[in-house]
Design a protein around this ligand. Structure first.
Ligand SMILES: [Zn+2]
Length: 242
């Protein structure tokens, strides 16, 4: 029981979820952890109402961070609840995102490896993932990041052109620059050459708000004319009229 409690604490699994068993397979260098749902009711993932348990879905597997050199996998028959409004729904699990086969901790680690590696291919090999899994982890991380963003007034925009792969292939980056922290945050990324582009700045971006700039589209030439600082291949523009 000590081992189950130990893994329960490491995974942050709390009631009504419970570590039912931990199977250490020395020969396969693998740890299999089974998680169970112990309550007979649960929250509807759509409306949050507490509903009676309906049934269990078939057993699913998630890859977790390795325990030392041992591959670690979680298993659970995730329950469904019957909501009067939304019908039978699978309850949200605390250790992984919807439709992911990896735990949130593994995905966070994978993103750190991806940002530190010289290429996606290098990170993919280090993590033991295939290309599809790597792309899915990246896409979910972007979705989580975008969901956390809040609408803010943007005073300074960073405009930059980055070479992508080899040859004359460029990505056009538009970033929000915080004057107080000097931090930048990517807002848009367009696969066009800067001098041929008419850039759609802010349009459709839920976090962006440009007071005093009702225009949705600005040409690169107009952005350049308003620049307040810049260098080779990059410019910054005051987005505020003040
Ligand atoms: Zn509901």
């Amino acid at each position: 029981m000590e081992l189950e409690e130990h893994y329960g604490q490491l995974l942050g699994v709390k009631s009504p979820w419970e570590i039912a068993s931990v199977d250490l397979k020395m020969q396969d260098q693998r740890v299999d952890i089974v998680i169970e749902y112990t309550d007979d009711q649960g929250p509807c993932p759509e409306c949050g109402a507490i509903c009676p348990k309906h049934d269990n879905r078939k057993k699913r597997t998630w890859r977790h961070l390795d325990t030392m050199q041992f591959s670690t996998y979680l298993y659970c028959e995730v329950p469904r609840v019957r909501c009067d409004t939304h019908g039978a729904k699978t309850v949200a699990i605390p250790w992984a995102g919807k439709n992911s086969r990896f735990t949130l901790l593994f995905e966070a680690f994978a993103i750190r490896v991806l940002t530190a590696a010289r290429s996606v291919e290098e990170a993919r090999k280090l993590l033991g993932l295939n290309w599809h899994q790597t792309e899915a982890i990246k896409a979910r991380a972007v979705q989580r990041g975008l969901a956390r963003r809040k609408k803010t007034n943007i005073r300074y925009l960073g405009i930059d052109e980055k070479q992508f792969r080899s040859g004359h292939c460029y990505m056009f980056m538009t970033s929000f620059i915080s004057a107080s922290t000097s931090m930048t945050r990517l807002i848009r990324c367009d696969a066009r050459r800067i001098k041929h582009s008419s850039v759609k700045v802010m349009s459709g971006s839920k976090e962006a708000s440009l007071p005093g700039y009702p225009t949705k589209r600005m040409s690169v030439r107009n952005l350049s004319n308003n620049s307040i600082a810049g260098g080779h291949g990059s410019e910054a523009m005051a987005a505020s009229p003040r």
